[in-house]
Design a protein. Structure first.
Length: 302
């Protein structure tokens, strides 16, 4: 009933000469572009892998918004999502995708986040460093370095864009950054006793930002004498490894929303060193050519 009354009121305003070019069909009222797009997308959001924290948040959104009632996610991988996005944009077809930034897709495609009035995706994310319990006592030098590492968002964005080429070597990008930013690295490592082949096990997720920050940390630790291994894991396995003491640290988690479920489950078994980068964002994005701006502009599956 609320949407029907809105449509009647909006039509009356247009008839009264309110000076807008829009028509009733342009607004979400259970019809118009919102319904057309929703039907063309088969009431489906193109997501990433099932184990990603982002997937759980999108599920929360489908439950929170009446406009997403009956919607589902198509979950495969980030690469599969990007392939679907590329195909849709090439043919100027509607698509709604799991989105996070920094990510190179916002440079490759003209995308926009759909507004999230219910704040299911939060106001912003921070990228954080977590370590296994006891690392400070066991490896105080490595702990101190990891606790000191900080990045500007601009640095992450540039690295993510640089790594967008499938042939890119994330480790090489990180080594080049470390070589060009020795002042920052020396500040991170200042005061930490040089290590002589002491092993440190880092873990990371597949995200481009996480691969960059993990490889930078690995390069900085290696430069200080640590024998660093770096393993790529899914998010759940990453938290499990650190909580069990099978890995020492990660710079991958996004909080307070993206990895909240795993973080809450394992928070008593890990040490959180706080944010190393601020200003990340998650949500659902669509191409700019789609005339919808909010999650509320879409239509439920009836």
């Amino acid at each position: 009933m609320r949407f029907m009354l809105f449509g009647i009121l909006f039509s009356s305003l247009v008839a009264g000469g309110c000076g807008t070019d829009r028509t009733e069909a342009d607004d979400f009222s259970g019809g118009g572009p919102g319904l057309n797009y929703s039907e063309e997308m088969d009431f489906t959001i193109t997501g990433v892998d099932l184990g990603a924290g982002h997937t759980a948040v999108i599920n929360d959104a489908t439950e929170a918004y009446d406009s997403l009632e009956g919607w589902q996610q198509d979950n495969a991988s980030a690469a599969a999502m990007l392939a679907e996005l590329d195909d849709a944009v090439e043919n100027e077809e509607p698509i709604a995708v799991a989105a996070w930034s920094p990510h190179f897709k916002f440079s490759q495609y003209d995308l926009k986040y759909l507004e999230d009035p219910e704040s299911i995706f939060g106001e912003g994310e921070s990228m954080r460093t977590i370590v296994r319990t006891g690392l400070e006592e066991d490896l105080p030098g490595a702990y101190a370095i990891l606790d000191s590492i900080q990045f500007e968002m601009e640095t992450i964005e540039e690295a993510v864009l640089q790594g967008s080429d499938p042939a890119s070597d994330h480790a090489q990008i990180a080594r080049e950054w470390v070589a060009a930013n020795q002042d920052a690295v020396e500040e991170w490592t200042s005061g930490a006793a040089p290590a002589e082949g002491v092993p440190v096990a880092l873990v990371t997720t597949y995200r481009d930002d996480a691969l960059f920050t993990a490889n930078v940390a690995a390069a900085a630790l290696s430069q200080h004498g640590f024998d660093v291994t770096l393993t790529v894991l899914d998010t759940l396995s990453l938290f499990e490894a650190i909580s069990a003491g099978d890995a020492d640290a990660s710079l991958s988690p996004w909080l307070p929303i993206t990895d909240e479920t795993y973080y809450n489950e394992y928070s008593n078994q890990i040490d959180d060193l706080g944010p190393h980068t601020e200003g990340a964002k998650i949500g659902i994005a669509v191409p700019e050519y789609m005339s919808v701006d909010s999650l509320e502009d879409l239509a439920p599956k009836n």
